[in-house]
Design a protein around this ligand. Sequence first.
Ligand SMILES: Cc1ncc(COP(=O)(O)O)c(C=O)c1O
Length: 374
Amino acid sequence: MHTGYELDKGTQAITPPIFRATTYHQADPWNPPPYDYARSGNPTRHAFEAAMAELEQGTVGLAFSSGMAALTAALMLLSQGDHLIVTRDCQGGTQRVLRGIFSRFGIQISYVDTEDYHALAHALKPQTRAILIENFSNPFLHVTDIPKVSQWAHANDLWVMVDNTFITPYLQNPLTQGADLVIHSATKMIGGHSDITAGIAVAKDSDLGQQLYFIQNACGAVLSPDDSYMSLRGLHTLPIRMDQAQRTAQKLARVLQDHPRVEHVYYPGLSTHPGHEIAQQTMRGFGQMLTIRVKDATWVPDVAHHLQLARVGAGFGGTETILSLPELHCHAALTIDERRERNITPDIIRISVGLEADEDLIADIVQALDRAEA
Ligand SMILES: Cc1ncc(COP(=O)(O)O)c(C=O)c1O
């Protein structure tokens, strides 16, 4: 609630002013003031950045114009010839930017199941410089053991970067578990209302933070003052939203597990999930995301059409429940072969649980499944 912002000195306003100025008068240009130009620094953005740095227990927080901008800035820490290990089951946008852009700049990439310790060791090369872990992974919610993998990575002189969008700083703080950098798409749970596009990266130590600040300022994909304000506002209710949504997610997962039309439920809160114990040990909850595989892919269009409360589309982490079809939405950027290789098939539905009353939401999804016809 109170991180990142001291009461405004002039007015005592309890929420931060939105500073839209792009430049500042310099009465003594040889001793420049703390803010001189908006790309380089903005007080409203700084309030969000400071809040996130404190929540993640890092030293430097940097806010970007989207989650992809934050991820791209982090990837720019790499140099030509470096090798990067990436969670295999990661969102399509990460794979698109790596394949379409960073590989052109000579970054080598290996997709690995980062929850599989032996696969990680096998992927290591002399040029490996960093590991980018998506936790939970998308869409199958694999759980990587951040403390264990960080220990291994540091023994091999690698940076550990964690995209913790699915979990949020409320449920896990990777920097306290050995990671060097944590990244979020604040478009999702942090913004929390499906109405801003934003990203944030927080570095554990100030040296890495300064390298990332150089990239932020040099490349310029900064978060706008208005969206910085909205991100900070979203943060204020993150715990209560997350508490309610994950309670409903847990109930929904149990109901769907017993539904005759559901082949499999992927939710780390179920004791049958392979990452359940690691999640219990390293996180403070299981989150609001779950994925199901239905028994017949031809039912999926009917399920989508019959929903009365939940929405269908891309994105997640808002107050409304959203069902996404990875084939069409979060993994559309992959080729069909890449999707099949990752087990992403048309029978998969990812569910971002929102804040509807749990009995209403569960009834809605169950009736849509019941009524689906091939
Ligand atoms: C895990 C994860 N990281 C990063 C991003 C990119 O965020 P944005 O859409 O804000 O650019 C997404 C987008 O869905 C995501 O799911």
